[in-house]
Ligand binder design. Structure first.
Ligand SMILES: [Zn+2]
Length: 132
């Protein structure tokens, strides 16, 4: 159940960042979670919905990006992505001296906010294609 403190941390960081940018609302938060971090997406979203109530982050969407871990064989040097449950032997040479790296990260990649001066009715899309 360590998603609760983790989610509190996310919310605090997001609120702080939003305030610094003079944002009125937090629309979405992009998170990167390593495959081995042992964090369940659904639990984070569940806690977030509760904790963010009555804050400017209420109703924000959490978007998760999974970061894969990699294993490096100490015998033949073969490198390959690993998933949970972890592989214990190298698929190439059968050696068991694997070194696992990555997959444990957990951080906020970006926060999507609604700006203070964006009008309630104005479409300010600046994407244009074509030209003369
Ligand atoms: Zn190997």
């Amino acid at each position: 159940m360590h998603e609760l403190p983790v989610t509190e941390g996310i919310l605090n960081v997001a609120l702080e960042a939003a305030q610094q940018n003079g944002a009125r609302r937090i629309m979405a938060i992009d998170l990167v979670i390593g495959e081995l971090a042992g964090i369940v997406d659904d639990s984070v979203q569940f806690y977030f919905d509760i904790l963010s109530k009555d804050t400017i982050a209420e109703g924000a969407v959490l978007r998760f990006r999974r970061e894969q871990a990699a294993a490096n064989c100490g015998d033949c040097g073969h490198q390959f992505p690993v998933e949970v449950p972890l592989t214990a032997v190298c698929p190439v040479c059968g050696g068991n001296r694997l070194r696992v790296s990555g997959g444990r990260e957990f951080f906020i990649e970006s926060i999507e906010v609604e700006d203070e001066d964006s009008g309630s009715e104005g479409d300010s899309e600046r994407e244009r294609s074509g030209g003369g």
